[in-house]
Design a protein around this ligand. Structure first.
Ligand code: HEC
Ligand code: HEC
Length: 354
C-alpha cells in the first residue's frame, strides 16, 4: 500500500518536473499549449528496433549511455505521436545530427546516469534510461516491473555489443558520420554477468585488452546503448501488440542464474530475519559472493518458493523449495552450485541452460 502511494507521488513529481521545464512547443503539439501534462502512462506506438539501435548509438555520442538510451526512444515517440512527448525537454533528431557533425554540446534528460550514475559505476546507464521509458509507457506497476526485470537479466546474460551494432559500425551504417566515430573496428563482445557499470566495463576491458579510457571502450558503450534501447523497443512492441506473456516469452530463456535462484530461496526481501531475509535484490550473487562454504552449515531448511512475475528462477530451484528438502540437501545443493560458480566456462553453461 505504502509503496503504491509512494509511486503515485513519484509520478506526480515527474509530471511537475516536466511541466516546469517545458520548452517552447513545436507545431506537433496539436493545440495542447495550455494543457497540463497528462498522467502516466504516456502513449506508445510501434518503433523499429534497428532504427532505435542506430539512434541509441547516436544518442550516446551526445548524452552518453543513459541520456542516449532515453533519447533514442523518446525522440521517435515525439516524432510519431507528438503531444504529450512534445513536452519533454530533449533535442530533435536534426539538432542531434547537427551537434554531432559540429562537435556541439546539447542538454537532454537522464545525462546524470552516465558511467553508472555520475560516474559511480552502479546501474549501467543504458538500462537506467531504458527502464525510465518502460515505466512511462506501461501503466500497470506489475507489468513495467516484469518487463524491466527481463531487460535487466537479458543484459546480464547476453553478449554485448551485439553483432548487429558491430556490423552497422564497421559498414558505416550508423548515424554518426564515419569520420566522427571513435572506432569503426569490430569490437569484442562479452557477457557481463552484472548490471553494474563497474563490472560490465571492467570485464569487457579485461577480455578486450582496451583501457577503460580508450576510444574503443567508449565506442563499445555506444553500441551497447543502441543494443539495450533496441531490446527495450522489442519488449514494448510485443507488450502492446500481444500482451505481457508474449513480451516475456520473447526472452523466454532469460531467467535468474541458477546460483541466484538458489540463494534467493532464503535471501530475499522478507520479514523472517533468521531465515536470511536481511537482504534483497536480483543481482547475480555469484558475481561478488564466490566462496560461501563457510555459511553452508547454517542452512537449516528451505522456505517456500519466492518468484515474482516476469523473472522466475530455474524450475528445479522452485521444485526443491516446494519439496521442502532438509538441511543436508540444502547445503549440498548450495555448495555444489557454488563450487563451480564464477568461472568463465560456467557462464557459457548458464546461457545454454537459460
Ligand atoms: C537455506 C537457506 C540459505 C541459502 C540457500 C543461502 N543462504 Fe546465505 N545465509 C542464510 C542464513 C540463515 C544466514 C545467516 C546466518 C549466518 O550468517 O550464518 C546466511 C548468511 C549469509 C551471508 C552473511 C555472511 C556469512 O557468510 O555468514 C552471506 C554473504 C550469504 N548468506 C550469502 C548467500 C549466497 C550468495 C547464497 C547463494 C549462493 C546463499 N547465501 C544461500 C541462509 C541461506
Ligand atoms: C555487487 C556485489 C554483490 C552482489 C552481486 C551481491 N552481493 Fe551480497 N553483499 C555484497 C557486499 C559488499 C556485502 C557486504 C559484505 C560485508 O559487509 O562484509 C554483501 C552482503 C550480503 C549478505 C550479508 C548481509 C550482512 O551484511 O549480514 C547476504 C546474505 C548477501 N550479501 C546475499 C546476497 C545474495 C543472495 C545475492 C544475490 C541475489 C547477493 N548478495 C549479491 C556484495 C554483493
Amino acid at each position: 500500500m505504502q509503496r503504491r502511494a509512494f509511486i503515485k507521488r513519484m509520478a506526480a513529481t515527474l509530471g511537475g518536473f516536466i511541466l516546469l521545464s517545458r520548452l517552447p512547443l513545436s507545431s506537433a503539439d496539436n493545440g495542447h499549449e495550455n494543457a497540463a501534462p497528462p498522467h502516466l502512462p504516456w502513449p506508445y506506438t510501434r518503433l523499429d528496433p534497428e532504427e532505435t539501435r542506430k539512434l541509441g548509438h547516436l544518442g550516446y555520442y551526445l548524452f552518453e549511455c543513459a541520456g542516449g538510451a532515453f533519447w533514442s526512444i523518446a525522440v521517435q515517440l515525439r516524432e510519431k505521436i507528438g503531444y504529450p512527448w512534445t513536452l519533454l525537454p530533449i533535442p530533435s533528431r536534426e539538432e542531434a545530427m547537427e551537434a554531432v557533425r559540429e562537435g556541439k554540446h546539447l542538454h537532454s534528460l537522464f545525462q546524470y546516469g552516465y558511467g553508472g550514475a555520475v560516474g559511480w559505476g552502479t546501474l549501467c546507464g543504458a538500462l537506467n534510461g531504458s527502464l525510465a521509458i518502460i515505466q512511462m509507457v506501461v501503466g500497470e506497476h506489475k507489468h513495467w516491473d516484469a518487463l524491466g526485470k527481463k531487460l535487466m537479466r537479458w543484459y546480464e546474460s547476453t553478449p554485448l555489443p551485439s553483432d548487429k551494432s558491430n556490423e552497422y559500425a564497421v559498414k558505416g551504417m550508423m548515424y554518426v558520420p564515419k569520420e566522427k566515430m571513435k572506432s569503426t573496428k569490430w569490437l569484442p563482445s562479452n557477457i557481463s554477468g552484472s548490471t553494474l557499470c563497474h563490472v560490465s566495463v571492467g570485464k569487457w576491458c579485461e577480455i578486450s585488452g582496451y583501457a577503460s579510457g580508450s576510444k574503443e571502450r567508449s565506442e563499445r558503450c555506444g553500441r551497447l546503448t543502441g543494443d539495450v534501447a533496441a531490446m527495450t523497443v522489442q519488449l514494448l512492441n510485443t507488450y502492446f501488440e500481444k500482451g505481457l506473456s508474449a513480451a516475456l516469452a520473447l526472452a523466454a530463456d532469460v531467467r535468474l542464474s541458477p546460483t541466484t535462484a538458489s540463494c534467493r530461496v532464503c535471501h530475499y526481501k522478507g520479514k523472517d530475519y533468521e531465515a536470511g531475509q536481511f537482504t534483497r535484490g536480483y543481482l547475480a550473487c555469484e558475481s561478488c559472493h564466490r566462496d560461501m562454504r563457510p555459511h553452508a552449515h547454517t542452512f537449516v531448511s528451505l522456505g517456500g518458493g519466492h518468484g515474482e512475475a516476469g523473472l522466475k528462477g530455474p524450475s528445479w530451484a522452485r521444485d526443491l523449495a516446494i519439496a521442502g528438502l532438509g538441511a543436508a540437501a540444502a547445503a549440498g545443493v548450495a555448495a555444489g552450485v557454488l563450487a563451480g560458480s564464477g568461472s568463465r566456462e560456467d557462464r557459457g553453461e548458464e546461457e545454454k541452460e537459460g
